[in-house]
Write a protein that binds this ligand. Structure first.
Ligand code: PXG
Length: 466
């Protein structure tokens, strides 16, 4: 029996899963009691689970299935490449056609002089490459003291030692520590942290923390700044419009390399090919993964500008690389994915059809009693749940209690919408149609209604006293 397509009953799968499978970012005890949801099929924006529920995937898997599930062209590209050349490496002066073709394609798509690609297997690996790469760059330039990388609290850059250290999530730092030479500044999260400032004032204030940090450390110690154009895992935090231009000004002033982590915002998510374009950022390096292959095969990488690539090359061999850097099957799948995004106008669909349609409905959720702000850029959205909109109050309950309850209602209504603390987030496949958007929002509203009624009944609609 092929257990994958003709599987065991759900309860037996859950028992085996609990016994043998260690899940990422999951409380194993809670999961063993409850049993993991078993997803068995995907088609477009729809998932099916082992109990036959049809679920609308408001998260594109883990922010990655940009072209939707079930595209046979990608399966065929993988099969063809496996038959022709399943594996070869790109070390020691060898190469192969899929890596060449994908690197050239990315250089064509990426803005400005981002013309060079270093491949990795994931976003975390790519950010580990970036740490080593920017330090190597300054070393070759004769400024080896420039080692510090500045990032933001509540940013997410992966969960390897390097990626987890760049990220500003204290629970991650608390498991295994973090590497040296990484400093964090505040995030541009106006709703929760902006106090009485306007959004514009707050955006400038948070960007200027970068300047203060550089002055504190000494510019001759700082190698780079890294940020996500929009923080994803941190709760879809859309920065005030004043934020990125000021960050760009400061990086330019001090000659610091700017890394835009585009793992989520790349490949159409914000209505342009890259989030940098949406926010007018001119990065020296972009981190990519996820939407590069729409999640059909693991692949990540760094797209590097001419100057940084030239300096690193000048230094001779860069002692860095992964067995699967430029894996031919992943490259072939990514190429087919990019072909589909280009030929089917997926970025234009986000910009001209899906975003405008969803924006109206999403903003409309702000009339719901639980919803404070509803933010949307491209197809990346979030809503802040609050017991009191006027004061942007938090709930008195432990942070995440209400968000979790809301997410449970979404699950019950066959919608995958995640929570980060008491913020709800969506990032559906980019090919979602207006009709499917209507379904998604109707299910979201029903879940919010049910969550609201439950909170009322349990006496949880209470604001925290500061
Ligand atoms: N950078 C960013 C901006 C990411 O969002 C990574 C790097 C790391 O990529 P890999 O491929 O190593 O996972 C990510 C990944 C969540 C969640 O809970 C988000 C990510 C991964 C896992 C969970 O939203 N983003």
């Amino acid at each position: 029996m092929n257990m994958i397509t003709n599987h065991l009953p759900t309860a037996e799968l859950q028992k085996l899963d609990a016994a043998h499978h260690m899940h990422p970012f999951t409380d194993a005890n809670g999961l063993a009691e409850k049993g993991a949801r078993v997803i068995t099929r995907g088609e477009g924006v729809w998932l099916t689970d082992s109990e036959g529920h049809r679920i609308i995937d408001g998260m594109a898997g883990l922010w990655c299935v940009n072209i939707g599930y079930g595209r046979k062209e990608l399966a065929q590209a993988a099969a063809k490449q496996m038959e022709e050349l399943a594996y070869y490496n790109t070390f020691f002066q060898t190469t192969h056609v899929p890596a060449i073709a994908l690197a050239a394609k990315l250089a064509e798509i990426a803005p400005g002089d981002l013309n060079h690609v270093f491949f990795a297997g994931s976003g975390s690996e790519a950010n580990d490459t970036n740490i080593r790469l920017v330090r190597r760059y300054w070393q070759v330039k004769g400024q080896p003291e420039r080692r510090v990388i500045i990032a933001r609290w509540n940013g997410y850059h992966g969960s390897t030692m390097g990626g987890g250290s760049l990220g500003g999530m204290k629970p991650i730092h608390s498991h295994g520590g973090r590497i040296d030479g990484i400093e964090h500044i505040g995030q541009p999260y106006w709703w929760a942290e902006g106090g009485d400032m306007t959004e514009d004032e707050f955006g400038l204030m948070r960007a200027r923390e970068l300047e203060a940090k550089i002055e504190e450390l000494g510019a001759d110690k700082v190698a780079a700044f890294i940020g996500e154009p929009i923080q994803g895992a941190g709760g879809v935090i859309v920065p005030p419009r004043t934020y990125w231009p000021e960050i760009q000004r400061i990086c330019d002033k001090y000659g610091i390399l700017l890394i835009s982590d585009e793992v989520i915002t790349g490949f159409g998510r914000t209505g342009n090919w890259f989030g940098s374009q949406t926010f007018g950022i001119r990065p020296h390096i972009m981190t990519i993964a996820k939407g590069l292959s729409s999640g059909y095969a693991p692949i990540g990488g760094s797209i590097i500008c001419d100057e940084v690539a030239a300096v690193v090359a000048e230094g001779g061999e860069f002692f860095h690389g992964y067995t699967y850097s430029g894996h031919p099957v992943s490259c072939a799948v990514a190429l087919e994915n990019l072909r589909i995004i280009q030929e089917e106008g997926v970025v234009e669909h986000v910009r001209d059809v899906a975003n405008p349609h969803l924006a109206k409905l999403w903003k409309g959720l702000e009339d719901h009693p639980l919803v404070g702000e509803a933010k949307l850029v491209g197809l990346m959205g979030s809503i802040a749940l609050t017991p009191d909109k006027a004061t942007r109050a938090r709930f008195a309950s432990e942070e995440g209690t209400v968000g979790f309850r809301c997410r449970e209602r979404c699950f019950a209504n066959d919608l995958i919408m995640r929570h980060v603390g008491d913020r709800m987030i969506i990032a559906p496949p980019l090919v979602i149609t207006p009709e499917e958007i209507d379904t998604l929002v109707a299910r979201a509203r029903k879940s919010l209604d049910e969550c609201h009624a439950g909170l009322k009944a349990d006496g949880l609609l209470v604001a925290k006293k500061d």
